[in-house]
Design a protein around this ligand. Structure first.
Ligand SMILES: [Zn+2]
Length: 145
């Protein structure tokens, strides 16, 4: 997998440039016990060079493995950004524009502060099942009899 994404202006034609691929998880520089990116940052981007600006637009996705902030169970979720946009000032001296940081920051900003495995996760306490009360067993036997 790629560890950086650079757009060389020489490759951006008048029709623009289409980019797609996957960036390695190492771009995040962290592997938290409670939050871990995996499978890479997937991107599908269109690039346009307009005057002194380089415009980038498209969709990006990243899978994460996290520990639920309520029940502590591990679960996976995907951050999807269908409308990523960024613009960069460029001039005749600009050789390339580095996109990695922008993509990474965009994903990180979208991350939930307290990830939960599901919206209605009851948390630890309610999840513990009560031990069956054996006093009722006798009653069941009666009914069967
Ligand atoms: Zn949970």
């Amino acid at each position: 997998m790629e560890t950086e994404l650079n757009v060389y202006l020489s490759e951006v034609t008048d029709d623009g440039l289409e980019l797609s691929g996957t960036l390695d998880d190492s771009i995040y520089g962290f592997e938290d016990e409670f939050l871990k990116p995996f499978a890479g940052l997937r991107y599908e981007l269109g690039v346009l060079h307009v005057g002194s600006e380089l415009l980038v637009r498209g969709k990006i996705e990243q899978d994460f493995e996290a520990a639920c902030s309520r029940c502590g169970e591990d679960f996976d979720f995907t951050v999807k950004i269908p409308d990523f946009t960024a613009s960069f000032a460029v001039d005749e001296k600009t050789e390339f524009v580095e996109l990695t940081t922008e993509l990474r920051e965009c994903i990180l900003l979208t991350l939930p502060t307290y990830p939960v495995c599901r919206e209605d996760c009851p948390g630890i306490e309610k999840k513990e099942e009560k031990a069956p009360d054996s006093r009722w067993d006798a009653l069941d036997d009666l009914k069967k009899g």
